[in-house]
Design a protein around this ligand. Structure first.
Ligand code: KIV
Length: 260
């Protein structure tokens, strides 16, 4: 089983590593078998699986449901459960309880928390819950940020760098850098001991994360930061059209797929 200590050792060795989101059991099995060391059950499940317009409606129960499925499929990979919007923002107690639920009921080995939640991270690390931090474009603040916009351009770069340094000091074991100039991604990566995980933060981060649906080409309109390595949207449409045509023609099921 991959641990937070492996990830920090990889950073020290200069070894880069991939991370992917996963939302269900078969995908977790496939990614785990392919050697992906960290599976993130992101609140991106809302847009990618549940049909929500953004990340905000995702509930604790939904994240728990998907985290349990992923944890059942992961033998070697570390499973990280994302803390959804309003599962930690109202109080420290909410944050501690809900992080505990992701570990205890969800089977995750770590949680991810967006933004500058320094007290909460201190507390969770004290009680033995590893925390992955997340700065730059934090989708749970999409309204406050005025949209899904690149962060940390120009003078704003220093603020993002300071946040990353504070989150490392608070005890985060890794940090997601989302949608920021590649130069800033490089500067933060060089300033921290913990691994940086880039998504739209340039090639210098210690790790790169992609949303699995984007990688597989399942999304109709993927964001600029995503690269599709397959076109499953087309492949699924082709397969179901072939099935429908055979049913209509009466050629499925044939002898091979029938019982005598
Ligand atoms: O929810 C998510 O999938 C994420 C990653 C994109 C980092 O936060």
């Amino acid at each position: 089983m991959i641990t937070i200590h492996d990830l920090c050792a990889w950073k020290a060795e200069g070894r880069r590593f991939p991370i992917l989101t996963a939302y269900d059991f078969p995908t977790a099995q496939i990614l785990d078998g392919a050697g992906i060391p960290v599976l993130l059950v992101g609140d991106s499940v809302g847009r990618n699986v549940l049909g929500y317009a953004n990340e905000l409606p995702v509930t604790m129960e939904e994240i728990l449901h998907h985290t349990r499925a992923v944890a059942r499929g992961a033998e070697r990979a570390m499973v990280v459960g994302d803390m959804p919007f309003m599962s930690f923002q109202a109080s420290l107690q909410d944050g501690v309880r809900n992080a505990g639920r992701l570990i205890k009921e969800g089977g995750a080995q770590a949680v991810k928390i967006e933004g500058l939640q320094l007290d909460l991270i201190h507390r969770l690390v004290d009680i033995g819950i590893p925390v992955m931090a997340h700065v730059g474009l934090t989708p749970q603040s999409v309204y406050g940020l005025g949209g899904y916009k690149v962060q940390g351009r120009g003078e704003a770069a220093q603020k993002v760098l300071d946040q990353a340094v504070s989150l490392e000091k608070a005890g985060a074991f890794a940090i997601v850098l989302e949608a920021m100039p590649a130069e800033l991604g490089q500067e933060i990566t060089g300033s921290l001991q913990i691994p940086t995980i880039g998504i739209g933060a340039g090639p210098h981060c210690d790790a790169q994360v992609l949303v699995i649906n984007d990688l597989l080409g399942l999304n109709e309109k993927p964001p600029k930061l995503a690269k599709a390595y397959a076109n499953l949207r087309e492949e699924i449409a082709r397969a179901v059209t072939a099935f429908a045509a055979e049913v209509e023609a009466g050629t499925f099921p044939d002898e091979e797929h029938s019982y005598s």
